[in-house]
Ligand binder design. Structure first.
Ligand code: ZN
Length: 302
């Protein structure tokens, strides 16, 4: 615990990071803001553009949080990949509170923008069974009877697509697969690739069609000397890491992908260095989700 005394005042970390490039409005990102008294002993500001007031924690995972100083230890539990029950025992905070903390943290990580890909981009995918875990009033639906040929292309599957480039830049995204098509590919990586890139993927019409639309050159992994090992390894490692959670609701897949991606980036470092990196990253993101909207979250249908 002593290790985290250094970031015990997480509120100060947020305050410093959020104003590092000049104070901006937490609602509309305008720079036209003024100090506007205090609220709950915290500095309050007012935006001259949208007229709303805010503090250093508005639209952050720490908004309305009763125990902000438990966050560094919570972040450590998160990097370690501890279950919410284990974390709740350690932190002496309720499971339900931590459920919302975790999702707010993951949403902040999901908001971190990807940089555009450089050079050759490998694209790999997996299809996972759709899961309604945790959803009240719905029993696991019987899986649809599909012909063997279409086992992974029809019915309720979640497609997880991962792209990696020469500089180890990674993007991954899950879409509800109701027919894997070029729109799924476009949603996942369309904003990250340009005509300067070349794509490498297994032979699927959705990818070729996406590339033709975007005028991007491509190779199939079936060509001699081409393989998509790094994307596949990444996805396999992700699946292995996910085993600890004993199944998650599909609607949260993208949150877990962002979590895994950040963890890989900091090499699963749960010491002070890793914890502060994660706190710094999340403090710079603005999220609008509150407890009620998190429980209603939906996985995007492509
Ligand atoms: Zn504003």
């Amino acid at each position: 615990m002593e290790l985290f005394d250094k970031v015990a005042n997480i509120l100060e970390v947020f305050k410093t990071n959020r104003s590092s490039n000049g104070l901006i409005c937490a609602h509309c990102q305008s720079h036209d803001v003024i100090r506007y008294g205090t609220y709950n002993k915290k500095q309050r500001y007012k935006c001259k553009i949208c007229k709303k007031t805010f503090t250093d924690f508005t639209n952050s995972p720490l908004n309305m949080c009763h125990f902000p100083n438990k966050w560094p230890e919570f972040v450590k539990c998160t990097i370690k990949g501890l279950s919410l029950r284990e974390s709740a025992r350690l932190l002496k905070v309720s499971y339900v509170t931590l459920f919302y903390w975790r999702h707010k943290l993951l949403i902040a990580l999901k908001n971190i923008k990807n940089t555009e890909f450089i050079g050759l981009v490998e694209v790999a995918d997996i299809f996972l069974p759709y899961s309604l875990k945790g959803q009240k009033g719905i029993d696991n639906r019987e899986s649809r009877k599909c012909g063997r040929k279409y086992k992974y292309l029809l019915g309720e599957k979640v497609c997880v697509l991962t792209a990696t480039d020469e500089s180890k830049n990674i993007a991954s995204r899950a879409t509800l697969n109701l027919g894997f098509n070029k729109r799924c590919v476009n949603d996942a990586i369309g904003h990250l690739v340009t005509e300067k890139n070349t794509l490498l993927f297994s032979q699927k019409p959705a990818y070729s069609s996406f590339c033709r639309d975007k005028k991007i050159s491509f190779y199939h992994s079936s060509n001699k000397g081409c393989n998509i090992n790094s994307g596949r390894n990444y996805l396999n490692n992700f699946l292995n890491w996910m085993l600890r959670f004993k199944g998650i609701a599909s609607k949260y897949t993208n949150n877990y992908l962002s979590w895994y991606k950040f963890n890989s980036k900091i090499n699963f470092d749960d010491t002070f260095t890793g914890v502060i990196k994660l706190i710094n990253a999340m403090s710079c993101e603005y999220i609008s989700e509150i407890n009620s909207s998190i429980s209603k979250q939906k996985l995007q249908t492509a």
